[in-house]
Design a protein around this ligand. Structure first.
Ligand code: GAL
Length: 810
């Protein structure tokens, strides 16, 4: 098409599109048909490069998760001073032993809708691991180093409207750049936004609710605008789409407009009732609609009160939180909303109300889910500032990029009502020295400038030092990582009037594994590289949950905790840092497959205040321990219970304040093991038997049982069903030591996506359809195709009756 015709064509197209308001901007997700290669190819950005041998992939993508595991990958010889180590040691699985180091190239061709001349085209990345360099049609448009940051480029000048365009992205992960598995590749979504030149600036709108009462809420909207002589019409709609208030503003100060809109009888966003409104904002120049955006927000009041902490909508709300790394176990770092939702569903059932995105920017999908499901959120930014923890960590970029990264974090996420606090760092070595205090103040000021409504914390581990040098005193919220013995002194000497357990516990355990004798221990190692699920083992710097409970229960000025961690994650296999094969964490309340460990029920017995918890441990298959003392623990919300082994009472236990453990656990320390049935009967406070649970010694593995978290999923090409596979005896009892090799075959309207058994020492690959059960269990993930239909999963194993399950994709 000749230029003059193409211009006419654009005008005609625009005229026809402009009839509907939504055509003022288009947002296109660049998710399919990318080309990828894990090699550093010179000139890969140029259009003429032959990519016929490159792999075709979908975004989000993690190039390293398919393995294979290899202990040489990123083996780091380091002395971890945070872990109180005195010498450098070779850590093999520290970053997961998966092949994330190196260069990856991505290319994608796409068409930009030819809306109008002078259009603005933005290319938005939610995150790319890491050091992204981006080209459009062979011309470099920019670079963004931090793998967890959101960033965008204005590519208007480089784009060919109405034609094929070529996007090329080069990523590189260096060795020794992380303390955990960071993933590799474009692991979060990429979007193309096309809008008029007169527009709402990207991430330029901030909605807050400075005044909230039962009768009325003040919704304050500040919007940055590109363009002159404009006016903004804002309509606020409730969750059913009904208009509840509106306002037009034509006062523009510089490039900003501000509206204050009264919403009568507001429904508040809260943990139990996460009510969401939408602001539909239209930008007019004269009478012409130029841009439109819909922003979801919540009406809630957030304050922090001396002596108590967070006051959400007038109610003191303690953080019953967990820290989460960003990987999704067997899916790696590639974001998937169904996987995130499953995690949050499991945590909600535990009574958890808060998430800390350790130690970096969360995915937008995770924030959307927390808005919808009612979790309060601590959004973190960095694990390093100017001083390194790992040689090639963020310290390389801090001076040049930290402000930009914080600005992007705040602007991209500040309208999420779930966020109630920011964190500018985790255990940064800059806690030492005066420079670090200045950096802490500088970063906190940037957060305040971008968002005056939320406070800022840092997870501090050098508490003794931050007490002395002023670092802790300047924080809005002093966050202590572990360091329980310093809580009192920190509260006394810090000026804020409360402290937060920004990181707690770091108890270690392997699901289904129990060790004898049962005793408290630090950095305990066993020959099988597993940790005991009696929940009595921690690290030299950390503690068991009961110690945190003591502080949380007895001092109002302790404003809550974020347990390390909600789920196991790839990398950091403490206390087996130098042991191979050991490639994922033991810290999780749930394992890497998402299966609850016993600890889940300990937290649930305290945090879930509406549902009954009655959980028995260990399992009851102890061939060879007959007659030997085999302690039984019960985690329950009831105060007292009686235990029976084969009908013989082992006595009643009642929670009491004599020891830290007896406050929260019912323990029968010297039960003599005999095969058969172990049963617990729980009593209410009047002594009535109100609930019971029993476990039987299992016979030989006989068949498998399958249980899906969701049997109806969306046929959208992304949705997932997680099917827990249990190896059971002929009576259906879980065989708690079974390690049968199982195989999976998926047919119909979906595919096999991954499998995980939660064993931190397993080198079997997540994407292959076979794996050993670990302690009788594993979890298979199937993914919907784009066409509706039935998905059938069949699980088989040698000498086991196989089973099928059907998932409906609609
Ligand atoms: C903390 C650190 C976490 C993790 C944890 C393990 O000190 O902030 O990232 O390493 O220790 O206990």
């Amino acid at each position: 098409m000749k230029p003059i015709y193409s211009f006419l064509f654009l005008v005609i197209l625009f005229a026809s599109c402009a009839k509907t308001e939504t055509t003022t901007r288009t947002t296109q997700s660049l998710s399919n048909e990318w080309k990828f290669i894990n090699e550093d190819i010179t000139h890969a950005q140029l259009p003429e490069t032959d990519v016929s041998h490159w792999e075709t992939v979908d975004i989000p993508h993690d190039w390293a998760i398919k393995g294979p595991f290899n202990k040489e990958i990123d083996a780091q010889k380091v002395q971890v001073t945070q872990d109180m180590e005195k010498t450098a040691r070779l850590r093999t699985g520290r970053t997961g032993a998966l092949p994330h180091i190196g260069v990856g190239w991505y290319r994608k061709t796409f068409k930009v809708p030819a809306l109008m001349s002078g259009q603005k085209v933005l290319l938005v990345f939610d995150g790319a691991m890491s050091d992204a360099h981006v080209w459009i049609n062979g011309t470099k448009v920019g670079n963004h180093p931090y793998g967890y940051a959101y960033f965008y480029f204005d590519i208007s000048e480089h784009i060919k409207p109405g034609q094929e365009n070529l996007l090329a992205v080069r990523l590189e992960n260096k060795e020794s750049s992380s303390r955990w598995y960071p993933g590799a590749g474009i692991y979060r979504k990429v979007q193309l936004i096309v809008k008029n030149q007169v527009n709402f600036k990207q991430w330029g709108t901030f909605i807050s609710t400075p005044f909230v009462s039962e009768e009325m809420a003040q919704v304050n909207i500040k919007a940055e605008i590109n363009g002159e002589d404009v006016k903004v019409l804002t309509e606020i709609k409730d969750a059913d789409g009904k208009l509840v208030a509106s306002n037009t503003s034509n006062e523009i100060f510089g490039n900003k407009t501000e509206q204050n809109i009264a919403v009568p009888n507001p429904k508040l966003w809260d943990i139990e009732t996460p009510y969401l409104y939408t602001a539909t904002m239209k930008l007019y120049q004269g009478n012409t609609l130029k841009d439109e955006q819909n922003i979801r927000f919540g009406i809630r009041s957030v304050e922090y009160k001396r002596g108590f902490g967070l006051v959400l909508n007038g109610n003191v709300t303690k953080f019953k939180g967990v820290c989460l790394h960003h990987d999704l176990g067997p899916l790696g770092a590639a974001v998937n909303k169904a996987a995130l939702k499953r995690q949050l569903t499991i945590l909600k059932d535990m009574g958890c109300n808060a998430i800390r995105s350790s130690h970096n920017m969360p995915s937008i999908e995770q924030l959307e889910l927390c808005d919808e499901m009612g979790f309060i959120f601590l959004a973190e930014s960095f694990d390093e500032w100017a001083k390194p923890k790992v040689k090639n960590g963020y310290n390389r970029f801090f001076n040049e990029w930290a402000e930009k990264d914080v600005v992007n974090l705040v602007r991209a996420t500040r309208n999420h009502p779930c966020i109630v606090m920011w964190s500018s760092g985790n255990e940064v070595p800059d806690q030492w020295g005066n420079e670090g205090v200045k950096l802490a103040k500088w970063l906190q000021d940037i957060f305040h400038r971008e968002d005056p409504t939320r406070p800022v914390t840092v997870g501090m581990d050098q508490v003794g030092n931050t007490l002395k040098n002023g670092f802790g005193a300047i924080m809005d919220i002093p966050g202590l990582n572990y360091r329980l013995p310093l809580y009192n002194e920190a509260y006394e000497r810090f000026p804020q009037g409360f402290i937060l357990g920004s990181e707690t516990a770091s108890t270690v355990s392997s699901r289904g594994v129990y060790k004898f004798p049962v005793e408290q221990a630090k950095m305990k190692r066993y020959d099988d590289f597993q940790s005991s699920s009696y929940d009595l083992e921690a690290c030299s710097w950390s503690n068991i949950p009961d110690e945190d409970f003591y502080w949380q229960d007895n001092f109002d000025w302790v404003i809550g905790e974020f347990v390390w961690t909600g789920f196991d994650y790839l990398g950091e296999p403490t206390p087996y840092n130098e042991a191979w094969p050991s490639r994922s964490s033991y810290f999780g309340i749930c394992d890497l497959a998402g299966l609850p460990k016993d600890r889940f029920y300990l937290y649930r017995s305290r945090w879930n205040t509406t549902d009954e918890t009655l959980h028995l441990l260990p399992h009851w298959n102890w061939q060879g321990r007959e007659g030997k003392s085999t302690p039984v623990f019960v985690y329950t919300n009831y105060n007292s219970a009686e235990l029976f082994v084969n009908g013989k009472s082992q006595g009643i236990r009642t929670k009491n304040k004599e020891t830290l453990l007896t406050r929260n656990r019912l323990m029968w320390m010297d039960v003599k093991y005999e095969p058969g049935t172990v049963k617990v009967v729980a009593f209410d406070d009047d002594g009535n038997a109100v609930a019971e649970k029993e476990m039987h010694t299992a016979g030989a593995p006989h068949h498998v049982e399958l249980m899906a978290d969701r049997t109806n999923i969306s046929a959208d090409g992304n949705d997932l069903s997680y099917i827990t596979v249990s190896v059971v005896d002929k009576n259906g009892n879980l065989c708690p030591t079974a390690d049968n090799q199982l195989s999976f075959s998926v047919s119909g309207a979906g595919k096999f996506r991954a499998v995980c058994n939660g064993d931190a020492t397993s080198l079997e690959l997540f994407h292959l359809p076979t794996m050993k059960a670990f302690c009788g269990l594993l979890v298979v993930t199937v993914q919907a195709a784009k066409n509706p239909g039935e998905i059938e999963l069949e699980v088989s194993g040698e000498n086991l009756q196989s089973k099928k399950i059907v998932i409906n994709a609609k």
